[in-house]
Design a protein around this ligand. Structure first.
Ligand code: ATP
Ligand code: MG
Length: 252
């Protein structure tokens, strides 16, 4: 099968610290790939590289035949990659709908111009209505994002990412801070949007339950390196993985 994304020997150091070291991954369309590992393993840095926030020291990121290295975040967004952030980046004083619109306008015009133009875009397109329904945010569409409960803010971030009509969606700890009921709901929602929008998903998550339920394939990082990969069952029983997590607990 043709790959949607191929990451080849990707590395980035901050000073002497190798945050991502020789990372490779082949991503087939329509699947969900988990990226797990202890705190500081390099997971978010990997996402920052794929989305153009950081440039690698070496390596390639080939998305639908195009090397993303050297491209700007908005160019990568236009090519069909969207993400959410580990620490939410919503505009708290904008409404739910406006936050989704920013996602769209950002792609067209650049972020700040997008925000400045929000007032003149009164037409809410069909896709946004669909997203609001799907994410059960319809009844709160005109509320300020900052007033939503935390679990809903997390969902709004995903809805905003989807507004750009990505092929590849990167979710950085989407279940962080959610209660068990919300996590269950999120699992269903992620499956649903994957099928409905024909998405491929990379998912960083610490909640193993969610990873096991959703992921076809998992890559385990530790100190910037890949220490294991395979199906959830394969990875879970891997002594190297268990040691990496136990080591963290001893230290932490
Ligand atoms: N902009 C930066 N400048 C310097 N160091 C950085 C920068 N971004 C990340 N790092 C360092 O790179 C390493 C990897 O960080 P990263 O945020 O990718 O880890 P992570 O796996 O996402 O961890 P967590 O599970 O805690 O979110 C850490 O040691 C971190 O301190
Ligand atoms: Mg992180």
């Amino acid at each position: 099968m043709e790959l949607l994304l191929e990451i080849r020997a990707l590395s980035l150091s901050f000073g002497g610290l190798r945050a991502v070291s020789n990372f490779s991954l082949k991503v087939e369309p329509g699947k969900i790939y988990g990226v797990i590992g202890p705190n500081g393993a390099g997971k978010t840095t990997l996402f920052n590289l794929v989305t153009g926030l950081y440039q690698p020291d070496s390596g390639e990121i080939i998305f639908r035949g195009i090397n993303l290295v050297g491209k700007k975040p908005y160019e990568i967004s236009r090519l069909g990659i969207a993400r959410t952030f580990q620490n939410l980046r919503l505009f708290n004083d904008l409404t739910v709908i406006e936050n989704i619109q920013v996602g769209l306008l950002h792609q067209i015009r650049g972020l700040w111009r997008g925000i400045l133009n929000i007032g003149i875009t009164n037409n809410v397109d069909e896709r946004i209505i669909t997203l609001l329904d799907l994410f059960e945010l319809g009844s709160r569409a005109d509320e300020k994002a900052g007033n939503l409960p935390y679990g809903m803010q997390r969902k709004l971030e995903i809805a905003r990412a989807l507004a750009t009509q990505p092929k590849l969606l990167l979710l950085d700890e989407p279940a962080a801070g959610m209660n068990p009921h919300e996590v269950l709901n999120l699992v269903r929602l992620i499956r649903d949007i994957k099928d409905r929008f024909g998405l491929t998903i990379l998912l960083i998550e610490h909640q193993m339950r969610l990873v096991e339920e959703l992921c076809d394939y998992i890559t385990v990082m530790h100190f910037g390196e890949i220490i294991a990969r395979g199906t959830p069952v394969e990875v879970q029983g891997d002594p190297v993985v268990i040691k990496a997590y136990l080591g963290e607990e001893e230290v932490g």
